[in-house]
Design a protein around this ligand. Structure first.
Ligand code: HEM
Length: 339
């Protein structure tokens, strides 16, 4: 696998479209045809508005990876594992392909999403589409600045991109985990600002982190700051608000990249299954996870020339149907494996 990553580490934008796609048996060739053309489609739209920073990252789920590529499954790629905590659940929901489309203008994201989906027939279905927007100074709809502690520069690259030394086979790749949350803003806004700040572990207006001794055991930060031998272990988040005022939908699309899926999963375990005195992350009392899926983001060169399974292009209608995905040993729904 080549080393050049996809354009994961672009700065936060004003707009994004998050597309979750399922690929029915027989739709594989359409995906294989599209992947090398993605760069060209992005240029077709983005060249006309060079300042808008249009980018597109594509992630591939475990089941589709095995159906498409003559390449070993990335070691940490598997269907998202449902987490059933004592109070809250992180569901696992279908997703074979994921498109993270970003720009400073929604029209560009929309046009690129349209061109991508235009390439697919009925065997390839969009199962979730979220249009995210920047809210004031990068605040989520709970009112807190979201993204402050993302690593910067070389640290960001170290956190996200698999290096040649980590694993030469997957160098340039990354893991991508997404969850769509909606917030109960009525209940949240019944809390005092101090109670909200205790839930987050940071101040609301000026976005300053609490000292460790002042953080509640169930605060969002307590459960998501994970120390390793070389200091805090980092992931990169590009969360965006979304919603519909008419139906009182107020959401955060959570999207995180890391060079190891295990780190994002450990954070999720802490939030949903608890840690120490905390049974769960306090923000989950106001934020419900509606979806969850995990993808691998191969390097850019891999997409240009994907190692298609032998004869996949010719055998669009396979003689034998794929065997049903075995249920994951962890007892999760393994919905990411559904076709
Ligand atoms: C409802 C969904 C979520 C909301 C609204 C939310 C919001 C926030 C906010 C406001 C911060 C503080 C500022 C910052 O550094 O970004 C933060 C930090 C963080 N969040 Fe979340 N978050 C959500 C879900 C998650 C999930 C599911 C994870 C992990 C699986 C996660 C991991 C983190 C991490 C690692 C930090 C940085 C901690 C630090 O270094 O101080 N968040 N989040």
């Amino acid at each position: 696998m080549a080393e050049e990553p996809q354009s994961i580490l672009t700065p936060l934008t004003d707009a994004a479209i998050f597309l979750t796609v399922c690929v029915d048996p027989g739709g594989e060739d359409e995906v294989l045809d599209l992947l090398p053309d993605l760069g060209g489609l992005r240029r077709s739209v983005g060249f006309r508005a060079p300042d808008a920073g249009l980018s597109c990252v594509v992630g591939i789920g475990a089941s589709l990876w095995e159906r498409l590529f003559d390449a070993p499954l990335p070691p940490e790629l598997h269907p998202f594992r449902e987490l059933r905590g004592p109070v809250h659940t992180a569901p696992s929901t279908p997703g074979d392909l994921f498109f993270h489309i970003r720009a400073s203008r929604l029209d560009l994201c929309f046009e690129l999403a349209r061109l991508i989906i235009d390439r697919f027939d009925e065997g390839v279905r969009v199962v979730d589409e979220v249009h995210g927007f920047r809210s004031f100074d990068e605040r989520d709809l709970l009112g807190f600045v979201d993204g402050t502690e993302n690593p910067e520069g070389g640290d960001a690259e170290d956190a996200v991109v698999i290096a040649e030394d980590d694993d030469p086979t997957y160098a340039g790749g990354s893991y991508l985990l997404v969850q769509k949350y909606t917030h109960d803003l009525v209940a949240w806004n019944e809390l005092s600002i101090e109670e909200q700040e205790a839930a987050m572990g940071r101040t609301k207006l000026d976005d300053v982190e609490f000292a460790d001794e002042d953080k509640a055991p169930d605060s969002h930060l307590t459960l998501n700051v994970i120390e390793g031998p070389d200091g805090q272990r980092q992931i990169m988040r590009f969360n965006m608000p979304f919603g519909r005022v008419g139906s009182a939908e107020f959401g955060t699309f959570y999207i995180a990249y890391a060079k190891t899926a295990e780190l994002i999963e450990e954070m999720l375990d802490n939030m949903f299954l608890g840690l120490g005195e905390a049974t769960h992350d306090r923000i989950l009392d106001f934020s419900t996870a509606l979806t969850g899926s995990l993808y691998f983001v191969p390097g850019a060169d891999f997409l240009d020339d994907p190692p298609a399974k032998g004869g996949a292009a010719e055998d669009a209608a396979p003689a034998e149907p794929d065997p049903p995905a075995a249920p994951p040993a962890d007892g999760s729904l393994g919905i990411g494996g559904l076709r």
